[in-house]
Design a protein around this ligand. Sequence first.
Ligand SMILES: [Fe+2]
Length: 285
Amino acid sequence: MRDINQFTITDAVKESFKTEEGSRFKFLLETLIDHLHDYTREVNLTHEEWMGVLMFLYDCGKISTPERHEFILLSDVLGFSALVDMINTRGGATEGSNLGPFYLDDAPRFDLGGDLGKGRGGAVLLVQGQVRDSLGNPIANAVIDTWQADSAGTYPIQEQASGQDKYDLRGIFTTNENGEYWYTTVLPKPYTVPYDGPVGKLLRAGNRHAWRASHLHYIVRAKGYRAITTEMFFDNTDYLDNDAVFGVRRSLITKLEPVKKTDTLPPTEIAPNARCRFDFVLAPE
Ligand SMILES: [Fe+2]
């Protein structure tokens, strides 16, 4: 190994790890080393640039807390999270999209027609749809876990210091025998991802904004099917074509419509003045 040089070092590093032959770990590690070394040779990385990368990662770690996930944000703005979502979307199923940093796994349960908005300001939105399998059969008892920002673009979990309940604007619904779900909530507004840290610096260095198109988050689960994590977006709203975390897909955009007197609506706790429809398709496990 003492005759090592910039071309033989890649194999030397890979061989230094005694990983299990044929294992997924070996494959992931060796491919990562290949690509990192190739990148470094290709760009002729200087010491200053390398130290800049390390300090950037250090700053990401330093600002991170249980409520502030700077590395997830970095993954999001580099399109890495979206790429993993795309790769893991199964044919025929609803496309996956960002989980984001605000999911809680113990949201309150609501009956169909319940209201997540709790009298917050903004339009009262009726969201309705069906959960189906890839052959079009309705899936009864599918569990729809949803969370969202309010009409000012803020997640209640971000405002706990000012007395907000972190469980506001999130809830779990179960589909009926026809696979249908419906509920009311407030129409969310676009918001910026946190840009007061190192990732914000990166965005500014690249002349990028931090805005996300307004969306509702979902995890949909049903027995025997692969769960999906995705987002629903509204047509005719801002940032659909330049979402800061590349979460928008054409198939995830729904039409936002005003409620008309002649509309036949499912029974809800409070009357909506806007409506949208979104169906989820699950692929078998
Ligand atoms: Fe979000």
